[in-house]
Design a binder for this molecule. Structure first.
Ligand SMILES: [Zn+2]
Length: 347
């Protein structure tokens, strides 16, 4: 059974790239409760392991950061312009409620937009440039916004709480990759005493590959690495037949090739060993090769002498939006599979 309360805390937590503190805190506390040795490195990765576990061990990482925005400019009337951190479709930004983390605490804002009544016909058809968009925090002037605590460089996150859909699915923001964080915690709980390094990684969304994961792998020199992430599910309208190979409810997806080979190309030996574990444990895996998108696995493979890496994804619809959808069954199956992989000692 998925602990929905914990999953909700993870999903609702604020954690855009470089500002993972809130989510890192939850991860660290949970690892502590299990009795792991927990540390945090300079980039913000949370690392949990048993004493003596290090070089050569299996490392399992789940990125903690989510896509978000950052304050770029406050105009004289108190409206805020922003930059995007991570891959965001501008169309999803319109009329969103957001949270800004200021030095004085969190404040709410909305991304404003001209109502349809006043839009010219061409305007509603045009692509949206995020430079035209702005956040309204209720300030009447720049001075007032600054008094509220808003400053250039403040991180901004979507304001959306996790909810269940039909008792089987969940929807929320940042499910890419808080479902991975959840599975990492749950697997760690069931794999106590094993030769595994569990890492909540920082700053995956702001580079083609994960920054935090590369640093974690450099420091610990694992024998193999599994990136636990969200896999793009294509089982909904407007996805092509061959876009839709990963389905919700059909179990974790093993990614053999990312970003058409520009991301991770999974190590052949590691891949066959992992597939062997699935076969033996009779756990159904979905196998995918993707043209767009990469994971932490891509950066870890290039570290030190080359660390065999592979990505395991929990299927998610509508990723990089505030309404991603995942299946509770897939989360459970992924944990189950990770436990089998952990017991197989792939380090
Ligand atoms: Zn991700």
């Amino acid at each position: 059974m998925v602990d929905i309360k914990l999953l909700a805390r993870l999903s609702n937590a604020f954690g855009i790239p470089g500002h993972e503190g809130e989510i890192a805190e939850i991860m660290a506390v949970e690892f502590h409760k299990m009795g792991y040795m927990v540390e945090m490195d300079r980039i913000g990765n949370v690392i949990a392991r048993e004493k003596g576990v290090g070089e050569g061990a299996l490392m399992v990482g789940a990125h903690m950061d989510e896509i978000g925005l950052m304050v770029k400019f406050i105009n004289d009337k108190g409206f805020i312009r922003f930059i995007k951190l991570g891959g965001i479709d501008n169309r999803i930004l319109l009329n969103q409620r957001v949270v800004i983390k200021t030095a004085k605490g969190k404040i709410y804002g909305v991304v404003g937009n001209k109502p349809p009544h006043l839009q010219k016909r061409e305007e509603s058809k045009e692509a949206i440039d995020n430079k035209q968009l702005f956040i309204d925090v209720g300030a009447a002037s720049k001075k007032e916004a600054e008094k509220m605590g808003v400053a250039i460089g403040d991180p901004v996150c979507f304001d959306m709480e996790l909810k269940a859909l039909n008792g089987k699915l969940v929807t929320g923001k940042a499910l890419d990759n808080r479902v991975g964080c959840y599975a990492l915690l749950e697997a760690a709980k069931r794999l106590k005493g094993k030769n595994i390094i569990f890492v909540g990684t920082a700053q995956e969304e702001v580079s083609t590959f994960g920054k935090g994961a590369a640093i974690g792998a450099y420091n610990f020199q694992p024998g193999a690495f599994i990136a636990l992430d969200a896999a793009i599910a294509g089982d909904h309208p407007e996805m092509g037949e061959d876009d839709g190979i990963v389905h919700l409810g059909k179990g974790p997806a093993l990614t053999l090739v990312e970003a058409g080979g520009m991301g991770n190309v999974a190590d052949e030996k590691l891949r066959s060993r992992i597939m062997g574990v699935a076969k033996k444990a009779k756990i159904q895996l979905q196998i995918e090769v993707v043209e767009g998108g990469a994971t932490d696995a891509a950066s870890v493979y290039g570290v030190r002498g080359g660390i065999p890496s592979i990505a395991l994804g929990i299927p998610a619809r509508y990723i990089h939006s505030n309404v991603s959808v995942c299946s509770l069954k897939d989360i459970e199956k992924t944990v189950e599979f990770l436990v089998q992989v952990g017991k197989a000692d792939l380090g």
